[in-house]
Design a protein around this ligand. Structure first.
Ligand code: SAM
Ligand code: SF4
Ligand code: SF4
Length: 336
């Protein structure tokens, strides 16, 4: 199977050339606010594209200065039992987890390429001390960090320490109805999570954000979560329901979303709890990417990212158009 993919994507066909060009230009043109600069900037970008197309320097092309997001799925373990998500069903044993120092080494090697580090899971705050160490190291390296949490394990001590590093905390919240909590989260800790959110707002200020999942099951809840956030001045984002092994149903929002949007996941460098490296967590959907690119316990991260297969997969991702492109980690980086 991999031979078929290698053959197809190593051969430069006209359609591959067009896809490659459009995959670069469409997202670029959308970022140009002043339309009078559109044509000159597209011309300059075309020159740049042509140079890198024929004179390949993959590491430079794919891993530009501050152009990448390092995403660490620190664990698959979780203290919640959400019905939207199946990650908690397959927790890793201790023997499969990499040590903190392995991830820190990876962060140190890549920091010049990174505009953001994201820690997700499972529930990252099950490893609160590790999260704080990564937060400290990211601050030293001047890379902004985001931790995505279910909010139930937050403590005042954690918030005070975390706030010193001036990173962002994202708490997941899908409903304001206490009665739905058991069904949605598998646990009755509504009061705990809500009081943690208020405490986080007090300590972190606008570095607290809330994220919801838009699904058939939450269609009436998301507007109420949004109102709650607006009242407290908390930034609210949402992402559509995907298959994370959960039992919810999608809300058919795809038609409302920008269907031309190119998946930006190729900016990502994802590290699993066991050190495996992939380009996006949905890599199983891309035949050439099914096997991880390497493992940071066995190889240096730069060597992993410099492999021919990594370059090929990153190119394939430019034209990959699956619903997972709408997950918040796969949308284009915000342009400030
Ligand atoms: C997998 S969770 C891991 C972090 C943490 N345990 C939490 O729930 O925030 C990361 C984000 O994915 C969201 N999520 C969970 N299941 C999802 C699904 N089936 N589709 C889309 N997003 C999902 C969560 O709400 C959370 O914002
Ligand atoms: S969504 Fe987050 S909190 Fe819920 S089960 Fe999945 S990993 Fe745990
Ligand atoms: S669309 Fe999904 S599978 Fe394809 S590159 Fe984006 S995140 Fe990965």
């Amino acid at each position: 199977m991999s031979l078929i993919y290698r053959r197809k994507f190593n051969q430069s066909s006209l359609s591959h050339l067009v896809n490659d060009y459009m995959g670069e230009m469409v997202p670029f043109s959308k970022r140009i606010e002043k339309k009078r600069f559109l044509i000159p900037l597209i011309c300059l970008k075309t020159i740049e594209w042509s140079i890198y197309r024929w004179y390949k320097s993959p590491v430079r092309r794919l891993y530009g200065v501050k152009r990448n997001e390092l995403i660490y799925m620190i664990t698959r373990r979780c203290n919640d039992r959400c019905s939207k998500c199946g990650i908690w069903r397959t927790p890793e044993p201790d023997s499969e987890r990499i040590q903190l120092k392995n991830f820190i080494k990876c962060l140190q090697s890549l920091h010049n390429n990174l505009y953001k580090v994201t820690i997700t899971g499972g529930e990252p705050l099950l490893f609160m001390e590790d999260v704080l160490h990564i937060a400290e190291e990211s601050r030293k390296l001047n890379v902004p960090m985001i931790v995505v949490t279910n909010g139930s394990l937050i403590t005042e001590d954690f918030l005070v320490k975390y706030s010193n590093f001036e990173h962002i905390l994202v708490v997941s919240l899908d409903t304001m109805e206490k009665s739905k909590w058991k069904e949605f989260r598998g646990r009755n800790h509504y009061d705990k999570v809500m009081s943690n959110i208020l405490l986080a707002r007090k300590i972190l200020g606008d570095r607290l954000k809330i994220q919801s999942v838009i699904a058939y099951e939450t269609r009436d809840d998301i507007p109420k979560v949004k109102t709650f956030c607006d009242e407290l001045g908390i930034q609210h984002t949402s992402q559509p329901y995907m298959d994370f092994g959960g039992v919810w149903h999608d809300a058919n929002v795809s038609s409302l979303l920008d269907n031309d949007m190119v998946c930006a996941a190729r900016k990502n460098i994802c590290v699993y709890y066991n050190g495996d490296v992939v380009k996006c967590f949905d890599h199983l959907r891309i035949p050439l990417a099914r096997e991880p690119l390497g493992n940071i316990l066995k190889e240096d991260i730069i060597s992993i990212l410099s492999k021919k297969r990594t370059t090929e997969i990153t190119k394939l991702m430019k034209t990959c158009n699956l619903p997972c492109k709408w997950l918040s980690c796969n949308v284009p980086e915000p342009q400030f």
